[in-house]
Design a protein around this ligand. Structure first.
Ligand SMILES: [Cu+2]
Length: 511
């Protein structure tokens, strides 16, 4: 059976962020082309058959992004973005979280099924400057492309903008048996998609570029590279694409509409591969795609675009021909059973600009908005209340779980949404039904992943509880965090400016 090749982006076109007055279109930089940076693999401090020890160090530095002055950037174990961590399924990880920055941060493992809120690393788990905290957890989920990013509300957006975002690859035996390229950096390549605006002396200026609907820049930055090219030396490559932008959607396609195959989404390998010529990713979503250059001659270049802007040039070199057909069925994934009594929970993402809310409220760190028993399955109906013609797609993300996308406005979910996900784009006026189960206890956040919306309060939190082992959590509060930020920045708390604060102020609400 020949599988269809999808040629559109699925999403409602009027909801593309291009309609908004504040939208910043991408522009090709006139900087000289540079080899795509490949984030190095982070070397474990120690490794045994069952345990791996890492130190993740959040640090400041300078990175040569454009000719001339280096740009001040932040990163994990490097000056920008991160070194890639490998988490083999079944192993116990022991991680020192070191903060070498001048201000507090947190280490959030986006997509990782670990207990919350401390291991998960949201706003309740600050690591103060000069401090090292330690976490341990067992890797308990299938192979997937996850990521690590800062999550210190209400300054998550600014810290991610500075560069605190790294790749995390979960590996397992099942994925290892599939005919996928997996030679890291050669034919298995992470692709972190971000955008920045360069100001005087090649510097970034988050506050100058601030937009409550999400900060954007005109210049594509891929793995922290401006105008990158990648030398292709194999017929097929696997791209692990992460939308690491604060707000931008990426509408991806190759030159000559070269088709490609998506094999994994946020939570891992999909039951079936899906063929595309065009793919849209909303913020924080991941897609692993396999591109076959078998129809391209050595010496030619295949360009990856977002809309009409080139973002990576793949220079095709001599390669050994291979004849690999992906199976029609890749993996079986568990589909938790539901009954007529399965509860339906309703979540509403509301507003734009500073007026964003979740269920009519702005986020409050001390308030638990919902509770769900560990191991129970519930439907979650996520509604985007924005106006159909003038609203935005809100990428909805949950900590502490990978969910299934059941339907969109009662109709079938998109063909590449049949695997596990942790982030899903919800169109204006749409309700997306999810099937949600928590396997680990904790307090977990759920929110819009346009990071400025999250900082502005389009966020809530749930306690996943185990009645057999009740727990109490020490939840952080905004005053403590704001006082800490003020002290670290050497300003009075009334003169402190963090991204989300003005959204609360504008609505007359306290954080
Ligand atoms: Cu949003």
């Amino acid at each position: 059976m020949t599988k269809p090749t999808y040629t559109d982006y699925f999403f409602d076109e009027p909801a593309y962020n291009t309609h908004d007055g504040g939208y910043v279109p991408l522009e090709e930089s006139d900087a000289p082309q540079m080899a795509l940076r490949i984030p190095p693999l982070l070397k474990p401090d120690k490794e045994t058959a069952t345990d791996t020890y890492y130190t993740v160090d959040a640090q400041e530095g300078e990175t040569q992004l454009l000719p001339g002055k280096k740009t001040k950037t932040w990163g994990y174990n490097t000056t920008l973005l991160g070194q890639t961590l490998i988490f083999p399924k079944g192993k116990t990880m022991h991680i020192d979280l070191k903060n070498s920055l001048k201000e507090l941060t947190t280490f959030h493992w986006h997509g990782l099924n670990v207990p919350g809120p401390y291991e998960d690393g949201g706003c309740h788990a600050p690591v103060y400057p000069g401090e090292t905290k330690h976490i341990d957890f067992k890797v308990d989920q299938p192979a997937a492309t996850l990521w690590l990013h800062a999550h210190p509300c209400p300054s998550t957006a600014e810290q991610v903008w500075h560069g605190l975002a790294g790749m995390v690859l979960v590996t397992d035996d099942q994925e290892a048996k599939l005919p996928f390229p997996r030679n890291y950096g050669v034919d298995d390549v992470p692709l972190v998609l971000q955008d920045r605006r360069f100001h005087e002396d090649n510097q970034w200026d988050y506050n100058k570029d601030y937009d409550p609907d999400g900060v954007q820049g005109p210049t594509p930055m891929i793995n922290g590279t401006i105008n990158p090219y990648f030398d292709v030396t194999t017929q097929r490559i696997r791209l692990r694409i992460l939308n690491g932008a604060n707000r931008r959607e990426w509408r991806l396609h190759f030159s000559n509409d070269l088709p490609f195959t998506q094999v994994a989404s946020d939570g891992g390998v999909m039951p079936e591969p899906v063929n595309f010529t065009h793919l849209m990713l909303t913020c924080a979503e991941r897609a692993e795609i396999i591109v076959d250059f078998g129809s391209v001659k050595p010496g030619e270049t295949v360009t990856l675009y977002s809309d009409d802007t080139p973002i990576v040039r793949f220079r095709i070199h001599e390669y050994e021909h291979e004849d690999v057909t992906l199976p029609d069925h890749l993996v079986d994934i568990p589909d938790p059973e539901v009954t007529a009594d399965t509860p339906v929970r309703k979540v509403v993402m509301d507003g734009m600009d500073e007026y964003v809310m979740m269920d009519g409220k702005k986020f409050n760190m001390q308030r638990i908005d919902a509770r769900q028993k560990v191991g129970n399955v519930e439907y979650w109906d996520i509604t985007n209340n924005n106006d159909k013609d003038s609203g935005m797609v809100h990428p909805y993300h949950m900590h502490g779980t990978q969910f299934l996308v059941v339907s969109r406005n009662g109709k079938a979910s998109y063909p590449n949404e049949h695997g596990y996900k942790d982030t899903v784009g919800v169109n204006p006026g749409e309700t997306v039904r999810l099937k949600v189960r928590f396997d680990k206890p904790g307090v977990f956040m759920y929110h819009c992943h346009i990071i400025e919306h999250e900082d502005g309060g389009m966020m809530a939190q749930i306690e996943a509880y185990d009645p057999e082992h009740p727990k109490t959590y020490k939840l952080m509060d905004m005053d403590t965090l704001m006082n800490a930020f003020a002290k670290e920045r050497g300003v009075d708390v009334k003169d402190l400016h963090l991204a989300g604060m003005r959204s609360y102020a504008k609505m007359g609400m306290k954080m």
